[in-house]
Design a binder for this molecule. Sequence first.
Ligand SMILES: [Mg+2]
Length: 443
Amino acid sequence: MVHGRISRLSVRDVRFPTSLGGHGSDAMHTDPDYSAAYVVIETDSEDGLQGCGITFTLGKGTEVVVCAVNALTHHVLHKDLRDIVGDFRSFYRQLTSDGQLRWIGPEKGVVHLATAAILNAVWDLWAKQEGKPLWKLLVDMDPRMLLSCIDFRYITDVLTEEEAYEILQKGQVGKKEREKQMLTHGYPAYTTSCAWLGYSDTTLKQLCAAALKDGWTRFKVKVGADLQDDIRRCRLIRDMIGPEKILMMDANQRWDVPEAVEWMSKLAEFKPLWIEEPTSPDDILGHATISKALAPLGIGVATGEQCHNRVIFKQLLQADALQFLQIDSCRLGSVNENLSVLLMAKKFGIPVCPHAGGVGLCELVQHLIIFDFISISGSLKNRMCEYVDHLHEHFKYPVIIKQASYMPPKAAGYSTEMKEESVQKHQYPHGEVWKKLLPAQED
Ligand SMILES: [Mg+2]
C-alpha cells in the first residue's frame, strides 16, 4: 500500500559530454550533451524508499528545467502519497494548471518537462512501494483506477472516459498470455546507435557490422543535412543490412514541407519504413501533406518526440498526419498523459513506436510500451521501440536487451534511479567530469 508524506524534493542538473564523440548528433542538433534534470523525492516513511524522476534535454536546457522544477515544488511538498495517487487526475491538473505557471505553458515546453520529471518520480515511488516494476503496476491496475490517472480535458471529442474503459476491458482478454510472451521474448527494438549524423562512414560500417552480429534487424539512420551525403550513407547501410531488414530515416525537423517530399522521393530507393520528424513538430497539416505525398512510395511519417501534449497527438491522429506514433516518457506529462495517448492511438489503429534516443529514455519508455502491448494494443505488428546503446551504466537498473528485444524489467520502480556516484561525477558544473572539461571549453 502506498504511504508517506513527501518531505523533500531535490533536483540536480546532470550532464554527459556526449558531444565530444558525436553521439546523438543529427541534422539539427550537432553537439548534444545528453542531460537530465534529476528529481528525487523522499517521504517521512521509515522504509527509506525514494522516488526518482528525470526529464531529458541536450545540455544547457537543463538549467532552465531545474528552475521550473523548483517553481513547481510547492505543489508536491507535504502531500500524502495516498492522496496523490488516490486522485491522480486532480494532482496532475494541479501541476499543469497552476494559475501563474500555466502562462508559460500550458502543458508544453519547459514547464511541462519539469512536470514530467516530478511525476516520473511520483510513479517510481508508487511502483517501488508496491514492490512492482512500473509496467506490472499498470498491467495489474484496475481499469477504473488507471483511468482516474488521466486528464481527459481537451480530448473527449475523440476519446471519452467510457470509450477508454471499453478499450481497457477488451484488453483484458489474452492479457496473461501476452505478459508471458513479453517475459519470454521481450519487446522488439530497433537501433539508432549505428548512424548518428556526426559519425564517419568507417564508424558507421563498424557499428553496423557489430549490430548485425548481435542480431539487430531494424536500423535507423539520421538524414537531412546534405542530400548527396544521405544518398551515400543510406546506400552504405542498405548494402550492409540487405534488402529484407528494416530501415528508418530521421530528419529531426530539418525540412519545409515541399522540401521533405522532394528529398524523401530521392531516398525512396533505399526503402525506408518511415521518415521521422520531416518538418516542424508543430505543423500538423504539414505532416498530413507529407504523409499523403509519400504514401504512394510506401514511406510512412513518424513523429512525437517533440510533440507537446495529448492535444497535438489528438490532432495528428485526426488529420491522418502520422503512420507511426512516437511517445516520449519525458516530454509528455509522465505516465498519466502517455496513457491517454496510448489509448487514442489504439482507437485510431496507429502503431506506437516510442522515442528513446536520450539518457534514460530507454529505461523509462520500455515500461510504457510493454504495458501497451499487454493491456492496450495486443499487437506487435509494425511496432518496435527505439534503442540507443549509451549511458545505461549510470542507472541502477539498466535496460536488458536480448536478441534485439527489451526484456521486461524486474526491479520495483520505473528504472529511473541513477547511481549516486554517476550523478555526483556528472553534476553540472561542479562534478568531476565538468571541472575537467569546462576550462578546456573556454580556450
Ligand atoms: Mg528522432
